[in-house]
Design a protein around this ligand. Structure first.
Ligand code: NAP
Length: 250
């Protein structure tokens, strides 16, 4: 990974942040993306490697393409893209779910990921090399109660990942996805709109994955020999059997 240019979306928190730290240790050069510039700056200060910050909302199509166009010729030559930005918004049955939550999830988790991919791809296709890892979720493999909006977005990520792998196959570009179960990050706080008590309950007795454990799996996906592509990796806490069976410690 030494000196490779790796772009991480959603680097301002959780899995993206931990992945940046792990890849810093491998000597990669990093492009850190997110909306919260202050957080990205804090992360940058902790890195030893060269890095660039790109501050944009993945839902804003123009902002996405403008951000990547603003990079120098050197930094535009991205070797690895980690499409990590995303969140759940709400946990409600379809008939009471907030349509704004659906917009946020479909526009961010799906369309945003597609925009970023499209913005990064020209160099990879031209140079016939590259690696893209998308953050799916166990919610993109199985649907759970009240999760139809978020699950729909992550099923779409799964489908897009497969399509991308097929389309990029002639160019030798690796495409894979990692699908974590419960990971303790800011995720639930965002889902429950800042309700920290409700967010904490999600992780109670779950021995949830840490962001660092997911980052370690991403590091593995990136460091297998180039002829190997980890196409689909589901990573669960041992206490979690699937999207809705969790053996909590009492
Ligand atoms: P997190 O701590 O809330 O981090 C989410 C990151 O995504 C933040 O850096 C956030 O940055 C960025 N982001 C969200 N919406 C964005 C937007 N519209 N534009 C640009 N950036 C945006 O959550 P996390 O757990 O690390 O989640 C990372 C990924 O893993 C997500 O795709 C999530 O769906 C997936 N995942 C999480 C879990 C879990 O249990 N935590 C499980 C499976 C999959 P800004 O707020 O600064 O923009």
């Amino acid at each position: 990974m030494k000196d490779q240019i790796v772009c991480i979306t959603g680097a301002s928190s959780g899995i993206g942040w931990a992945t940046a730290k792990a890849l810093n240790d491998l000597g990669a050069r990093l492009i850190l993306c997110g909306r919260r510039e202050e957080k990205l700056k804090q992360l940058g200060e902790q890195l030893q490697v060269e890095y660039q910050l790109l501050v944009f909302d993945v839902r804003d199509r123009k902002a996405v393409f403008d951000a990547f166009k603003s990079l120098s010729e050197t930094w535009r030559k991205i070797d690895v893209l980690i499409n990590n930005a995303g969140n759940a918004h709400g946990l409600d049955p379809v008939h009471t779910a907030d349509v704004d939550d659906w917009d946020a999830m479909i526009d961010g988790n799906v369309k945003g990921l597609m925009y970023v991919t499209k913005a990064v791809l020209p160099h990879m296709v031209k140079s016939k090399k590259g690696h893209i890892i998308n953050l799916g979720s166990i919610a993109g493999k199985e649907v759970y109660p009240n999760g139809s909006g978020y699950c729909s977005s992550k099923f779409a990520v799964d489908a897009f990942t497969t399509g991308l792998r097929i389309d990029l196959n002639p160019y030798g570009i690796r495409v894979g996805a990692i699908h974590p179960g419960l990971v303790q990050t800011e995720f639930s706080e965002v889902r429950f709109k800042g309700d920290q008590a409700r967010a904490a309950k999600v992780y109670e007795g779950a021995d949830a994955l840490t962001a660092e454990e997911v980052a370690e799996a991403i590091r593995y996906m990136l460091t297998v020999p180039e002829k190997v592509n980890v196409a689909d990796l589901v990573l669960l806490p041992t206490r979690q059997a699937n999207a809705y069976v969790l053996n909590r410690k009492t």
